[in-house]
Design a binder for this molecule. Structure first.
Ligand code: ASP
Length: 338
C-alpha cells in the first residue's frame, strides 16, 4: 500500500513481520494486555490506524511474515536481512522500518546491524500491547519509528530499536520486562529520545556496524549452528554434549556473573574445545563484560569470551564469525571488535 503525499518527503518502506504490534484481542478484553492473539493485523491496516504518518513520509508497506517473533528461525532471519538489504539498495527507499514482535526483536535488530551494508536508517519497532488494548503502545511506537527512519540525522548510526520514546542501538538493547511499556533497555543507555516527533541524540556507537561491518548478507547463504546453554546450580554436561551431537560448531555458555564456569564443568570445556567445538563464555546477567582469563583460563582451554554481549547476541556473532574463521583466536578478535 502506498500513501499519496508530497514528493519531497522521505520514502520509507515498512516491513511487517507480525508480533503484538499486529495483535488483537476481544473488545471485551480491552482492559487486559496479555489476552490476545499476536500476528493477525496486516501491515497496511497497521499504517491505516496511525494518524500523522502521512505528514512524515511516503510509506510503502509489505508483509514479509505474519508470525509471533518466537517463531523466527535462522532461515527467516536471513530472509528478513536479505529483504531489508534489497530495500536499502533501492533509490526510491530512504529508510526502512521493521514492525516486529518484541520477544526476539533484539536478535533480528543485531543481525541486521551486522549484515546489512547500508547507511540508510533501519529501525525496528513493536508493541507490548495489542491494538485493541485501552492503552495500546503500537501506534505511537510506529509513528516514532517512522519519524526516526525519515530523519536525516538517523543515517549511519547502525540499526535502531525505537520503543517507548527511546532510541536504542541494536548492539546493546534487550527486552528486560515481560509486560511493562518500558520493556527495552540498553546497559550503556539509549542513544537518544524521540522528542516532539523528532530524534534527539545523546550518544553514538564506537563499535563497527552496517557500512563498516565485515559481514554481508549478500555473501551469507546459511548460518553455522551455534547453541546456548544457560547456567544454573547443579548443571549437567549433557546440555553441552547435546549441542555437539547435533553438530553445533560453537556453544555459548551463559555463565554466572562474569561468565564463571563451575569447577565440575572446566574439564568438560577443555575436552570440547580440544575436540573442535568452540566455547564462548558470556554472562547470564545481561550487562557487563566477561574478562578473558579471569576466573577461567581461556588461553589454556582455547575458549573465547563475548565481551558484554548477552547470550542471544553472542550466538549470532559467533555464527557470523564462523563464516569467516574456524580459529578460536579469530573468533576472539571478532568479539573484541564488535
Ligand atoms: N510474543 C510477541 C512476539 O514477540 C510479543 C510481542 O510482540 O510483544 O511476537
Amino acid at each position: 500500500m502506498a500513501t499519496p503525499t508530497n514528493s519531497s518527503q522521505p520514502r520509507i518502506a515498512l516491513v511487517g513481520t507480525g508480533g503484538t504490534i499486529a495483535g488483537a484481542g476481544r473488545p471485551s478484553d480491552a482492559g487486559a494486555s496479555a489476552a490476545y492473539q499476536s500476528a493477525v493485523v496486516s501491515t497496511s491496516d497497521l499504517l491505516a490506524g496511525v494518524p500523522g504518518l502521512a505528514a512524515l513520509a511516503r510509506l510503502q508497506a509489505e508483509q514479509l511474515f505474519q508470525i509471533d517473533s518466537a517463531d523466527f528461525t535462522d532461515t527467516r532471519l536471513l530472509q528478513l536481512a536479505r529483504r531489508v538489504a534489497e530495500l536499502c539498495a533501492r533509490d526510491d527507499v530512504d529508510g526502512v522500518v521493521v514492525a516486529h514482535g518484541t520477544d526476539t526483536m533484539e536478535e533480528s535488530a543485531y543481525f541486521l546491524h551486522l549484515t546489512v551494508r547500508s547507511g540508510k536508517p533501519i529501525v525496528l519497532t513493536g508493541s507490548m500491547r495489542p491494538g485493541t488494548a485501552l492503552a495500546a503502545d503500537g501506534p505511537a511506537n510506529l509513528l516514532h519509528a517512522v519519524a526516526v527512519a525519515a530523519h536525516p540525522s538517523s543515517s549511519g548510526r547502525g540499526v535502531l530499536v525505537v520503543m517507548n520514546e527511546q532510541i536504542h542501538s541494536a548492539r546493546d538493547v534487550a527486552k528486560v520486562h515481560s509486560m511493562r511499556l518500558d520493556a527495552f533497555a540498553s546497559p550503556h543507555g539509549a542513544l537518544g529520545l524521540v522528542v516532539e516527533g523528532a530524534p534527539r541524540w545523546y550518544r553514538a556507537l564506537t563499535r563497527p556496524h552496517t557500512m563498516q561491518s565485515e559481514f554481508d548478507i549478500g555473501a551469507i547463504d546459511a548460518l553455522p549452528l551455534v547453541g546456548v546453554v544457560s547456567s544454573h546450580g547443579n548443571m549437567r554436561r549433557e546440555s553441552y554434549d547435546a549441542w555437539v551431537a547435533v553438530g553445533a560448531r560453537a556453544i555459548v555458555h551463559a555463565g554466572f556473573g562474569g561468565g564463571t564456569v563451575p569447577e565440575y564443568l572446566k574439564p568438560v570445556f577443555r575436552e570440547l574445545c580440544a575436540r573442535g567445538t568452540h566455547i564462548v563464555r558470556c554472562s547470564r546477567v545481561g550487562a557487563g563484560p566477561v574478562i578473558r582469563n579471569a576466573s577461567f583460563d581461556d588461553d589454556a582451554c582455547g575458549s573465547v569470551v563475548a565481551d558484554d554481549q548477552n547470550p542471544p547476541r553472542a550466538r549470532l556473532l559467533a555464527a557470523l564469525a564462523l563464516t569467516l574463521t574456524q580459529e578460536a583466536a579469530g573468533l576472539q578478535a571478532v568479539f573484541d571488535r564488535y
